[in-house]
Design a protein around this ligand. Structure first.
Ligand code: PMV
Length: 274
């Protein structure tokens, strides 16, 4: 039995989404595929897997009876939705059908991975469309694919979503006005979603706000600067931060990709001019 699901990138609104503000996220072409085969004994992964992933497999499939083989090109811990894609792929391999049922089942695994996930990752992974999501259940499908080009710059370091979300929680209520500003910015961004020149500066502003809630790093700030000095319309960290990736929206991705590769930074583009 096989199931597959896509990764995601958050365009804007991460962290604030945990507290009821909207966020916009989109699927990426990178996917995770899980094949389940019957075996005797405890359920386990065919390849190396940490304790948490094994626990998730046992929660979503069953304690015993399955070997899971994973094939994935989503980097782990980079804010690209690897854990949600794994959860959705497992529940699809188990034959759970219907988007709502898949979301409910996959969320059991996401809670195990992340403690208090907003559900944004699972929503994108299941719906495979750009969405605006607001806890608990407010959802709008925005577009099949972005009309601008996105460059993803990988910091090379994983971010620990559970720790970063807990860190933000610990800084409340002092940072609540910044979370409110992020929520307001997402509403604005949705209105100019097709216009890279207008959307870009809003994304850069979103990065500045994420810096203020303590989830950026000097390295991520440096990647944002690199993008902006290579003609990006805007750039920000995407996902929980602390590591992971920066996304930039840009007309011509080539100069930025060349600059990134010259510095040994893993970078790729998708969208209109990729
Ligand atoms: O880094 P990721 O892909 O796990 O994204 C986390 C997004 C947060 O808003 C920080 C948390 C959440 O549950 O939405």
């Amino acid at each position: 039995m096989t199931g597959s699901a896509s990764g995601k990138l958050i365009l804007c609104g991460e962290h604030a989404v945990v507290y009821g503000h909207p966020a916009i996220a989109m699927p990426i072409s990178q996917r995770t595929t899980v094949t389940l085969d019957r075996v005797d004994g405890p359920s386990h992964f065919a390849g190396p897997a940490d304790e948490r992933a094994t626990k998730v497999l046992r929660l979503l499939a069953s304690e015993t009876g399955w070997r899971a083989t994973v094939d994935s090109d989503i980097p782990i811990g980079r804010g690209m939705g690897s854990s949600a894609a794994l959860c959705v792929a497992i529940v699809r391999a188990m034959g759970v059908s219907g988007q709502e049922a898949q979301i409910a089942a996959a969320m059991v695994g996401e809670r195990e991975f992340h403690g208090n996930p907003s559900g944004l990752d699972v929503q994108v992974s299941v719906r495979e469309a750009m969405i605006r999501f607001q806890r608990p259940h407010k959802l709008a499908i925005l577009a099949a694919a972005p009309r601008w080009t996105v460059v993803v710059l990988d910091s090379g370091f994983p971010g620990n979503t559970k720790k970063l979300v807990a860190g933000v929680a610990a800084r409340r209520p002092g940072i609540d006005p910044v979370l409110d500003d992020i929520g307001a910015l997402v509403h604005e961004a949705e209105r100019v979603l097709d216009d890279a020149a207008k959307l870009g500066p809003m994304l850069t502003e979103n990065h500045r706000l994420l810096t203020r809630i303590g989830v950026s790093t000097p390295q991520l700030d440096g990647l944002v600067e690199l993008a902006l000095t290579h003609d990006a319309a805007g750039a920000k960290l995407s996902g929980a931060g602390g590591g992971g990736v920066v996304l930039a929206i840009i007309d011509d991705p080539k100069p930025l990709l060349t600059a990134a590769h010259q510095r040994g930074i893993t970078a790729f583009a998708f969208g209109d001019h990729a």
